[in-house]
Design a protein around this ligand. Sequence first.
Ligand code: SF4
Ligand code: SF4
Length: 311
Amino acid sequence: MPSPNCDIESLIKSQALSLGFDACGFAAATPVDDEAVASYDRWIRQGRNGCMQWAAGHRDLRRDPTLLLDGAQTVISLALNYYPARFQPAGALRVAYYAYGRDYHEVLREKMTKLADFIEEITHCATRPCVDSAPIRERYWAQRAGIGFVGRNNCLILPGKGSYYFLGEIVTTASLSPDEPCTMSCGDCGRCVEVCPSGALRDVGGADCNRCLSCLLIENHDESLPEWVSGVAGDRVVGCDECQLCCPHNAHAEPTTIEDFAPTEAVMTLTRERIMAMTGGGFRRTFAHSAISRLRLKTLRRNAALVTDVD
Ligand code: SF4
Ligand code: SF4
C-alpha cells in the first residue's frame, strides 16, 4: 500500500525508474488537439506515410484515448534508453541501434506489464499498456506528458538525454495530475535535414516515408525497391540512424544499462554472405527474439543485395 507521505504520482514514477525506465510523465486523456490531428491528416493525405498503410487507419482511436480504454483519465508516457555500449565492427552490414539486441516489444512489454500491475494495485483502476499494439500517437503523448519534444527528425528528444529511447504508453482510468508539456524545439538547427541521405526530411510536417530508408528497408516488403535506393542505402540493411547520429542532443548519449539491448552475435557478424546463405528456419532461429524477425528473410535478402560498398 502507498505510504501516506507519498503521492500516487511520485510512487508510480519511482516504480517506473526502478523498473529501468528513464522517463515517465502523465497527460490527461483528453482528445489529441486539433492542430496535431490536422497535421497528421495532412501527412496522410499527401501520401507521405508511404507503404505504412496502417498509419491511415483507426483515425478515431488515434485521436481519442478513451476509445482505447473505457473511462481513461490519464496517458502515462514512458521512455527506455537503447543507446548501445558496443557497436558493430567494420565490415558488418549496418543495423539501426534499436534492433541490435532483444526485440524491444518483449522488453518493454515485460516492464510495462509490471508497472501496470503496480498501478492497478495502488489505484484499483484499470490500465492498458501499449507497445506498438494500439493506434496511439506516442510522440504526441510523450510531449504532452513533458518527457520530450518532437524533433525535425521526427524522433522524440528527451532534453539532456537525446533520442535513442523506446516509447511506451499506459492508458489508465486512474486520474493522475498531469505534467507540464515540453515546450522545447529544434530552434534553427536543421542538421538532420542536411544529413539525411535520401532527402526524406526536406519538407516540414513529417518525414516522407517514400524516401526514408528506415521505412523502405524495414516496412516495405516489395520484391524490389526504387533504383535510387541502392545509391544511398550504403551498407545499411536494417533501418537508418543518420538523423539521430547527427543530432546535437545525442552528442552525450549515455549507453543503456539494459543487457537485453546489447548487440547479438548475429548482428555483430552480419554479412551479405551470411544473409544470402540463410534458410527460412535459420532466419527464424537467429532472429527469434529480435526486431529483425519482423523484416522477413526475403526483405533482408533484398536489402543485402543492394549493398554495393561493403565486401
Ligand atoms: S532515418 Fe535515415 S532516411 Fe529516414 S529520415 Fe532519418 S536520416 Fe533520413
Ligand atoms: S539535428 Fe537539429 S533539427 Fe534535427 S532533430 Fe536534432 S536538433 Fe532538431
